[in-house]
Design a protein around this ligand. Structure first.
Ligand code: PLP
Length: 385
């Protein structure tokens, strides 16, 4: 019997941009709208929903609907970068608010939290990423926000989102998760208890290293959400139309790209675990990784395309491995179709706590054998071991 109420699966809905069809034309992709302003109608009333460019645009709304669908969110807001989305969250907190954050995390957000704290606008307490005991000890009655990045940059420790939500909510705090390294097709943070789910959409969601965007999604709206939306509008950080169009095009292949990147990453991690030139492979997909069991549960049995390796030798050996790669690009960022390698200490700068011989790898969708061969030849040329 045909089930006429059957809803297509998420991969189907996302590949069709939620079966998008433009009113009036039937176009299967949204139009790009470059206008900075919108004319009023004959009665001099605003022709809703847009008045000015900072209000947003139709392509951005469509991209937001796609992300909300994947996240199970009531609403999603897209910003012109991940950092502008994170900054809006930080900015909306009341003066003197207490925030709990990992000691090591994406360096841009850590920097921003420290800048606000240095100006006396926030108080920040830190925990070791992945440690629920330390997270609980740092959280107190009245804490406004607990920030979890999982798996976290650049060591890929895994934090149990459901357990972190329980701790945050017990203190009356909201939980924000940054699961940029495992996009919403793998991690549904809101279902696990997060109040705000953040993703740098510059990464896997966009997937082609050609757009900068940040997404915030929530389970429930309210004053905090209105405030964040107002900050986006006043600061003009809404995602612009062409970027939203690129993001939609990228998201249509998200499920395929992520599946391939995960499989490639697993093959590479297995190949280099115990390798003579590598001291350690940091990848939650390896059964030997301390975060493996939690990752398996909260990332839908997949482990993502991000990993790090500690190279044997000196700091210069690690830098040389990046220089000698011929398939991997020696570039920062992550989540694109092309594989990237970077010496993280050079990128995050002096003072950031990162192992001096740590290489961060973003595994793309190329042939895994080509990636393995490239790393082998670069390690050999650099004299690692
Ligand atoms: N959070 C994480 C985990 C990231 O990796 C990044 C960027 O690398 C950001 C936030 C900031 O995002 P964007 O570069 O889109 O501003």
């Amino acid at each position: 019997m045909t089930d006429h109420n059957r809803k297509p699966s998420l991969p189907t809905r996302i590949s069709q941009a939620l079966h998008f069809e433009e009113d009036g034309t039937g176009a299967v992709t949204p139009a790009i709208q470059p206008a900075a302003t919108y004319a009023r109608d004959a009665d001099y009333a605003v022709q809703k929903p847009y008045f000015y460019r900072r209000d947003g645009n139709g392509a951005t709304v469509q991209a937001e609907a796609m992300i909300a669908e994947m996240e199970g969110a009531v609403e999603t807001l897209l910003f012109s970068s991940g950092m502008s989305a994170c900054t809006a969250v930080i900015e909306h907190l009341p003066a003197g608010a207490h925030v709990v954050a990992p000691k090591v995390m994406y360096h841009g957000v850590l920097d921003q939290l420290q800048r606000y704290a240095a100006k006396g606008r926030l108080e920040v307490s830190y925990y070791t990423a992945g440690s629920l005991d330390e997270l609980a000890a740092a959280t107190r009655d009245g804490t406004a926000l607990v920030w979890v990045e999982t798996p976290n940059n650049p060591n890929w420790e895994v934090t149990d989102i459901a357990a972190a939500a329980e701790i945050a909510h017990g203190a009356g705090a909201k939980l924000l998760t940054d699961c940029t390294a495992t996009p919403p097709c793998m991690t549904r943070a809101l279902d696990l208890g997060a109040d705000i789910s953040f993703h740098s959409a510059t990464k896997y969601l966009g997937g082609h290293s050609d757009v900068s965007a940040g997404a915030l999604s929530v389970r429930a709206t309210g004053d905090h959400w209105d405030d964040i939306a107002l900050i986006r509008k006043l600061q003009g950080t809404v995602l612009q139309s062409f970027d939203a169009w690129l993001l939609i095009r990228g998201m249509r292949t998200l499920y395929l790209r992520v599946e391939r990147a995960c499989a490639n990453a697993m093959a590479i991690a297995r190949h280099f675990e115990g390798h003579g030139g590598i001291e350690a492979v940091l990848y939650p997909g390896l059964p030997s990784d301390p975060g493996h069991a939690v990752a398996k549960r909260q990332t839908d049995g997949q482990f993502g395309g991000m990993m790090s390796m500690i190279v044997k030798g000196t700091e210069q050996t690690a830098i040389d491995v990046c220089r000698f790669c011929e398939v991997f690009y020696p570039a920062t960022s992550l989540g694109g179709v092309e594989s990237l390698i970077e010496h993280r200490k050079t990128v995050s700068g002096e003072g950031f706590p990162v192992h001096p011989r740590l290489l961060r790898l973003s595994i793309g969708i190329e042939d895994a054998d080509d990636l393995i061969y490239d790393l082998e030849q670069a390690l050999s040329r650099a004299g690692a071991g």
